[in-house]
Design a protein around this ligand. Structure first.
Ligand SMILES: [Ca+2]
Ligand SMILES: [Ca+2]
Length: 283
C-alpha cells in the first residue's frame, strides 16, 4: 500500500513538472495582503517577522512512531536548546527575488511556474546551498534540526504544531491524498504563507506543518541521535547529514508530524516543488 502511495505521489509530482511555464510575477513588499479564498482569513503580515524561542530543555523525537511516513523519527529524548530567533513564516518568492536581484544567484527551478511563483508563496526549487546562501545574505542562518523541532512542537512536545490530533484544514496538505484543495483550499500548489492561523505552533509560527518542507542546518552532531543505518554516503556533504522538516502540500498526516525528518542530499532538491526553508538567528 505504501508503495502504491509512493507511485501516486510520484505521478502527481510529474504532473506538476509538466505544468506550462508562463511569465513570473513582479514587485515586492515587506507587508503583504494575503489572498483570500473560502478557507483563508484575510490578514496583513510582516514577512520578515521573527519569533523569539527561549532557552530550555525540550522533548524531541517520539516513542510512538508512525510506520507510514517517508521520513523517520528519533527516539524520544530531552535536549537543552539555547534561545534563538526563527522566522515566523517560510521564506517567500518576494523575499528571494530581492536576493536574486542583488546577488545574481541562480534562479530557482519553478520560478516561472504560475502555481508556485506568487510573491507570498514560499520559494521552492532550491537546494540546501541556495537556502544557506540566502540565509547568510540576509544576516541569518538555517535552524538546526533540534531548533526547528522545538519551534514546531513547543515545550509540550506536540506531534502537530497545534496539538496531538491531525486536522486537514489547519495547513496546506495533500487533501487526503487527492490534492484537490477540497479540504484545505489549495489544489496542486503551495499556499500563501500564513494562510492557516489555526495551525500555528505554540510559539506562533505558521506552516510548520505542510505547505513546503523546510531545509535545516546539516548536522554531524550526534546530539541528534539519528538511526545510523539511514545515513548513506550520498546523504553526506562535507561530512554533514542534511534533512528537511515538516512535510508539504504533497503530504498527509504521517509526513507532516513535527517529529519526522527526511534525509535529503544537499545538492538534490533543486528539482523539488515542495521544498523551501525558513531562517533562524542567534544573538
Ligand atoms: Ca492542499
Ligand atoms: Ca512548512
Amino acid at each position: 500500500m505504501r508503495h502504491l502511495d509512493f507511485n501516486y505521489k510520484y505521478i502527481i509530482s510529474i504532473i506538476i513538472l509538466l505544468i506550462p511555464l508562463i511569465g513570473c510575477n513582479s514587485g515586492d513588499s515587506n507587508s503583504s495582503l494575503i489572498e483570500t479564498n473560502s478557507f483563508v482569513e484575510e490578514s496583513i503580515i510582516d514577512v520578515d517577522e521573527m519569533v523569539f524561542i527561549p532557552e530550555g530543555v525540550v522533548i524531541i523525537g517520539t516513542n510512538e512512531k508512525t510506520e507510514n511516513s517517508f521520513g523517520n523519527e528519533v527516539d524520544q529524548q530531552s535536549v537543552f536548546v539555547k534561545s534563538f530567533y526563527i522566522d515566523k513564516y517560510e521564506v517567500t518568492n518576494g523575499q528571494y527575488r530581492k536576493f536574486l536581484l542583488e546577488t545574481g544567484h541562480r534562479t530557482p527551478k519553478f520560478w516561472e511556474n504560475p502555481y508556485l511563483n506568487g510573491d507570498n508563496q514560499p520559494v521552492v526549487g532550491i537546494n540546501w546551498e541556495d537556502a544557506e546562501t540566502y540565509a547568510k545574505w540576509v544576516g541569518k542562518r538555517l535552524p538546526t534540526d533540534i531548533e526547528w523541532e522545538k519551534a514546531a512542537r513547543g515545550i509540550s512536545g506536540y506531534i502537530y504544531p497545534w496539538g496531538n490530533t491531525f486536522d486537514s484544514t489547519f495547513g496546506n496538505f495533500d487533501d487526503n491524498g487527492n490534492m484537490d484543495g477540497k479540504l484545505d483550499g489549495f489544489a496542486l500548489q503551495t499556499a500563501s504563507i500564513g494562510s492557516y492561523p489555526k495551525g500555528v505552533s505554540p510559539f506562533g509560527l505558521h506552516d510548520m506543518a505542510g505547505n513546503v518542507w523546510e531545509w535545516v542546518e546539516g548536522t554531524n552532531d550526534m546530539e541528534f541521535k539519528m538511526p545510523i543505518g539511514l545515513i548513506k554516503d550520498d546523504n553526506l556533504t562535507n561530512g554533514k547529514i542534511y534533512t528537511i522538516r515538516g512535510g508539504s502540500w504533497t503530504n498527509g498526516p504521517d509526513d507532516i508530524r513535527t517529529t519526522v525528518f527526511y534525509i535529503y542530499p544537499a545538492q538534490c532538491s533543486d528539482h523539488s516543488s515542495s521544498v523551501g526553508f525558513r531562517c533562524a538567528k542567534s544573538f
